[in-house]
Design a protein around this ligand. Structure first.
Ligand code: ATP
Ligand code: ATP
Ligand code: MG
Ligand code: MG
Lengths: 254, 254
């Protein structure tokens, strides 16, 4: 069995990509075979895993708009056990052209159907609620929603959950969701106040693990390495490992 | 004469909305009549200016998809001299349906044509390079690109400038652009290093004013007030005033 986790939030800059890379690397440390899928035209996930994004011939756009399988387009990264399905530049066309296909929502789910070698698939989404997040949520067992404890981020959560309701009603009744707080500043009273509000409003859907602000994450991205190998004993590496532990109860092992 | 400034960057969370609100309020302090246009389905600009975003009947979607003029849908805010064209919930449909219209790129430009009472129009865009930013750049005299001094943000600047080139070639040859560094952490060596690289790569296109990290900005948003009235003597208020001064040389007065 395989667990697909979509990482999505319409709000920009909440650490969707950072969470995909860091969580993926932490899951590999725990012995899982992981595929990270980059569905964002910005191709930040591919960049963070050290891929030369500009000349990529084959990528996620060929899987979503063409008929290539996910496995045929994926490639290894410098981290053994962590493969990536990179975003290529044609990804900019996907949002507009995917919707003309009949049952476009199921495109990613069918493309992943043959990817049996991976126990976990993490899907990085662009900051929107359009066709790309829709196909990712249709393919997912769980939606992981990174959010900052800031006014705009938390205000937008309602719309993300509207999307979850629509996907559950139409294409994926089993979809669950969890919220993870990122870039948390323990010394900031707005952050502490909003975290309390989040736990009050969303209860157990808010994961126990929070990811604090850690400048080492920024540095790791310049070097194209996940935080667990760039700075293995940093606070961010420890917290993303704790996140992997917390989520691994949801990963189904045969 | 009127100056239209589009605030856009595909990268999420780089302070596009924060810059629109703060710069707008600082321009009003300098005596300009300002209209802030919210083209983001998240409606964060409308929220930051204290509007009740749920339940808005008329908004930017009616201007872009319907045929309402910008003036008929704009409304006053708590700041005299700063009006807002709010985003309503139908904004989620605009990205997909705008492109079916003939010459859709000119939609915002024609909608703003009659808005003569405003000397400055600031347009907040969603984090993408699709139809909505395209119509905003077609209507604009200048594109203001907020960027953080971080790897993903600066890596994405090339694609934003690709969009500028396409818009210049097809619909708006006069379009200029400037880059403003936001959420700058003077104590962080990755930030300082990337700022030097930006100035090296983009020269005079990078504005002199940088906006430092200032927690007062987060607080101001919770209270639905621009920083210049919430915390008039804060560092962020001073820096956004300096940005208004730097940009006002580009604002054409009759
Ligand atoms: N815990 C953290 N501490 C410090 N910086 C962080 C942390 N998490 C992420 N960042 C930085 O914040 C920025 C935003 O993160 P990231 O790009 O992963 O967000 P995103 O949600 O994927 O953005 P987008 O909406 O553009 O896809 C990046 O420059 C990243 O390096
Ligand atoms: N100078 C600053 N200091 C501290 N926090 C800031 C600063 N500028 C913006 N922020 C905070 O950073 C977050 C991102 O800013 P904002 O929402 O304006 O970015 P955006 O580019 O409009 O995001 P999106 O891509 O989702 O539209 C907000 O929560 C805001 O309060
Ligand atoms: Mg991202
Ligand atoms: Mg915004």
């Amino acid at each position: 069995m395989r667990t697909v986790i979509a990482v999505s939030n319409q709000k920009g800059g909440v650490a969707k990509t950072t969470t995909c890379v860091s969580l993926g690397a932490a899951m590999v440390e725990r012995g899982f075979e992981v595929l990270a899928v980059d569905l964002d035209p910005q191709a930040n996930l591919s960049l963070a895993l050290g891929l030369p994004v500009n000349g990529l011939r084959r990528g996620a756009a060929d899987v979503l708009l063409g008929n290539l399988s996910a496995v045929s387009v994926s490639r290894a990264t410098a981290i053994a056990g962590l493969d990536v399905l990179p975003a290529n530049s044609a990804m900019h066309l996907v949002e507009r052209f995917l919707t003309v296909r009949q049952d476009y929502e199921y495109t990613l789910r069918s493309a992943l159907a043959a990817a049996h070698t991976f126990e976990i698939v993490l899907v990085d989404c662009p900051p929107s609620t359009g066709a790309i997040p829709y196909t990712a949520l249709t393919a997912a067992n769980m939606l992981l929603i990174p959010t900052q404890c800031e006014y705009f981020s938390t205000h937008g959560l309602g719309e993300v959950l509207d999307l979850v309701r629509r996907v559950r009603a139409r294409t994926n009744p089993q979809l669950s969701y969890r919220i993870v707080v990122t870039m948390f500043d323990r010394g900031n009273r707005v952050h502490r106040g909003i975290l309390d509000q989040l736990r009050g409003a969303f209860g157990a859907a808010v994961l126990d693990t929070t990811i604090d602000i850690d400048p080492k994450l920024r540095e790791s991205q310049v070097f194209g390495q996940p935080i667990t190998s760039y700075a293995p004993s940093s606070r961010a590496a420890q917290q993303y490992r704790a996140l992997a532990d917390e989520l691994s109860v949801y990963v189904r092992r045969e």
